[in-house]
Design a protein around this ligand. Structure first.
Ligand code: GLC
Length: 559
């Protein structure tokens, strides 16, 4: 590894309003699919450390690591059995410390995933709860209830798991009889904690401090809208066409209950005990920016993912509305807006933006789906959409592989799929494996350089040879080169700190705004539009002589 030359700036004296997370570009690493140093086909922490120079040259400010803590991997690590250790699949705590240190030496911050809504059923607490029986202190850490009906064989309410099937599983008591039920909003291996229990709250303060003491810069908080359930656990039937995480629905008894905010006020105070602007980012799927902004009021979290933005179609008017509303809503509580187009739970935006049929979040696409995307339209739109996103003020999230223009992998064989969604819906929903396929690093190495042995926990498509990072690094027209150029210009021109001013007078299919001395113009339509005056500093695709072609965006500077 080359010797790093940038030290992380000391932010302990940072001016309020200038904290790093207000403007940072944060790159999501999905550890099992990033880089595998051990050769077992599953990425690991030393694999990430070995690629930090690539991430520095990409130009990101921070990394978010999806879970690497101890876990039986029933939901790819979002089922945690020990919150304060590294799963041997990914390495050791010493490997984590080395990764953190090497990232900091390169001026890159690191946030880790925290999964507070549920643990794994293999967590010590849950095993103790099973053994201890009804009415015990051990059961009170989770949501155990007696069943309905004469024999208690009807679940306590009608809730459905986000991954399909019932949200309750009945346990066999120590004496062999069928007993109570426990709630799991996700897989049956992911029992929900009871957040009205002070013991749970205290345990999570301890977990936060464990990672803060090691020096992490913050946490991405999983299912941050779900911790508190409505009093009495009333029945509720979701809209079958709605997204899995409830982004579009109001009045759901397990999403966005008012009491959830108290938890984050408490955590805010824990983070404030530490120096260096540690941050919390909420994964809270809410229908509007306004509701999402409730998670980032001044004494709560610092950022929240802007899922309303992610869910907006490639359409100038719709984008203008959601951007305006985001800046207004987050700004009204003194928080930065965030922007995101892809993550490990959604169809990659290089495919999603060209889907021609409804595709609710979490359902995924596969061989039998209708409305499959046309690949080159998807990539063109994705590059243009990213060119718009990185021109916006605030903080932006990137998902590993989008800088290579990776599409969703649609034709995975049924027997390779691993998402619990696929199993719990009997194959009716493909789920999220298609956005989780391991990255291609070089075109002619085994597993395209993901692992030295050629192992890969999901198979990589043959076409990915041409998308490998090494190939794209040499090609000025590649998606990787576009991301590098955008990130460098964003940094040099301080676009993260800027303010947005809409520009009018363009065709209806055009989105146009200014941020500082940069003009961003995107053509979301199907015919070319006039290219305004200015010096082109970045373009998502080839431009006409004086035109911006369909599905193309451009950055223009005055000087
Ligand atoms: C979040 C994660 C997702 C996981 C779920 C349950 O939505 O992003 O991957 O399956 O929570 O933890």
């Amino acid at each position: 590894m080359t010797s790093p030359d940038i030290e992380l700036a000391d932010t302990s004296t940072a001016v309020p309003g200038a904290e790093w997370w207000r403007t940072a570009v944060i790159y999501q690493i999905y550890p099992r699919s990033f880089s595998d140093s051990s050769g077992d086909g599953i990425g690991d922490l030393p694999g990430i450390t070995s690629r930090l120079d690539d991430l520095r040259s990409l130009g990101v400010d921070a990394l978010w690591l999806s879970p690497f803590q101890r876990s039986p991997q029933k939901d790819a690590g979002y089922d945690v059995s020990d919150y304060c250790d590294v799963d041997p699949l990914f390495g050791t705590l010493a490997d984590f410390d080395e990764l953190l240190d090497q990232a900091h030496r390169r001026g890159i911050r690191l946030i880790v995933d925290l999964v507070p809504n549920h643990s794994s059923d293999q967590h010590r607490w849950f095993q103790e709860a099973l053994a201890a029986g009804p009415g015990s202190r051990e059961r009170a850490r989770y949501l155990f209830r007696d069943g309905r009906g004469l024999d208690g064989d009807v679940p306590p309410n009608n809730w459905e798991s986000i991954f399909g099937g019932p949200a309750w599983t009945r346990v066999v008591e120590a004496d062999g009889s069928l007993g109570q039920w426990y709630l799991h909003l996700f897989d049956s291996s992911q029992p929900d904690f009871d957040w009205s229990n002070e013991e749970v709250r205290e345990e999570f303060r301890r977990i936060l401090r464990f990672w803060l003491d090691r020096g992490v810069d913050g946490f991405r908080v999983d299912v941050a809208h779900g911790l508190i359930k409505a009093e009495g656990l009333p029945d509720y039937s979701p809209d079958p066409e709605g997204g899995s995480m409830g982004g579009d629905e109001e009045g759901v008894p397990y999403w966005g209950q008012p009491g959830v905010h108290e938890v984050y006020r408490d955590w805010h105070a824990v983070l404030a005990e530490y120096d260096g602007d540690r941050a919390l980012c909420a994964e809270a799927w809410r229908p509007t920016p306004e509701e999402t902004a409730l998670w980032v009021r001044p004494d709560e979290m610092h950022q929240a993912f802007n899922f309303p933005y992610l869910e907006t179609e490639w359409d100038a008017a719709a984008l203008r509305d959601v951007i305006t509303e985001s800046l207004r809503a987050f700004g009204s509580v003194g928080a930065p807006s965030t922007w995101v187009l892809s993550n490990h739970d959604v169809v990659r935006h290089a495919s999603r933006l060209a889907l021609t049929a409804e595709n609710p979040q979490g359902h995924g696409i596969g061989p039998k789906s209708v409305g499959k995307p046309i690949a080159d339209v998807g990539l063109r739109r994705a590059r243009a959409a990213t060119t718009v996103m990185l021109g916006l003020p605030g903080s932006a999230y990137l998902y590993q592989g989008e800088e290579l223009g990776l599409p969703e992998v649609i034709d995975l064989d049924d027997d390779t799929r691993q998402d619990p969604t696929w199993f719990r819906t009997g194959g009716e929903r493909y789920g999220r494996d298609g956005c989780r396929v391991p990255l291609p690093w070089s075109s002619d190495a085994p597993a395209y350089g993901f692992s030295a042995t050629g192992e890969s926990w999901l198979p990589q498509p043959a076409e990915w040879a041409t998308l490998a990072r090494e190939v794209q690094a040499e090609d000025e027209a590649s998606t990787l080169s576009l991301y590098r150029a955008l990130l460098a210009a964003r940094r040099a021109r301080h676009l993260g700190e800027g303010t947005l001013e809409w520009l009018d007078g363009f065709d209806a299919q055009v989105l146009a705004f200014r941020n500082g001395n940069v003009t961003v113009v995107a053509n979301t339509g199907s015919t070319p539009v006039a290219l305004p005056d200015g010096i082109v500093i970045a373009a998502s695709g080839p431009l006409g002589r004086a035109t911006i072609p369909a599905d193309t965006a451009v950055w223009l500077a005055d000087d």
